[in-house]
Design a protein around this ligand. Structure first.
Ligand SMILES: [Zn+2]
Length: 238
């Protein structure tokens, strides 16, 4: 561990040396390295997560640049996961960063997430989140949902069989009618930071906040206490 790297962080009484040591022992899997995922990976690596697998099959497009602080113009056309590994590994060489240039499917997800302590959602679509949810709950792995839409972001940490799951809240998630989701450039970094907070908290055994909804345009911050749906086919008592 680099000398004094985390000094200001370990001075935080809620976190301290205990939190730092614990964080360094954890393995995160990030699915999706776009606007949200790149910002979340950036924070987790800087804060000292033990290791992180960054999974994304996509390449960097010019239209990605307005909402991420990691990619630059010279990265256009290159693989998101590889560039994230290259850039973020140099930020903190104590963290084991692995790039996986793969599309996550129902066939490969089990092996991709098998050793995760936590799964970070950097995806942009409901079907993939439902797949992550189902398998995360099956394998008892906590995961942290995050989504952005126009000026609104949502985050929820999901503890298998302890909190409501993504399936329980899906009816509350806005669905974009267009293929390209409209998003204010500053929003993903804001929501990724909240996602990172929730991730650190659950890794330290703290209870998640609930469904966090932040509308940055109308300055409206809300936290909903979502109850588990007993009839949920994924997390309910069958
Ligand atoms: Zn559920």
């Amino acid at each position: 561990m680099g000398k004094d790297r985390y000094r200001r962080q370990t001075l935080v009484k809620e976190f301290g040396q205990r939190g730092q040591k614990l964080l360094a022992s954890k393995h995160a899997i990030l699915i999706g390295g776009g606007g949200l995922g790149s910002n979340s990976a950036n924070l987790l690596i800087r804060m000292g997560i033990g290791s992180i697998d960054i999974i994304d099959y996509d390449t960097i497009d010019k239209t990605n640049l307005h909402r991420t602080s990691v990619f630059s113009e010279k990265d256009i056309g290159k693989k998101k996961a590889s560039i994230l590994k290259e850039k973020l590994q140099s930020v903190n060489t104590d963290v084991k960063v692995k790039a996986i240039n793969k599309k996550v499917t129902s066939k490969n997800i089990d092996s991709l997430i098998s050793n995760a302590d936590v799964i970070i959602d950097g995806t942009d679509n409901i079907p993939l989140r439902l797949l992550i949810n189902e398998r995360a709950i099956k394998h008892k792995i906590p995961w942290v949902y995050a989504g952005v839409f126009e000026t609104v972001g949502m985050v929820m940490a999901i503890l298998p069989k302890k909190t409501a799951c993504f399936h329980c809240i899906t009816p509350k998630i806005p669905v974009s009618k267009t293929q390209e989701i409209p998003v204010l450039g500053s929003l993903p970094a804001t929501i990724a930071a909240i996602q990172c907070n929730e991730t650190i908290k659950i890794l330290m055994g703290k209870q998640p906040a609930g469904l966090i909804i932040y509308d940055v345009w109308n300055q409206c911050f809300d936290v909903l206490d979502i109850k588990r749906n007993p009839c949920c086919p994924i997390c309910g008592k069958k």
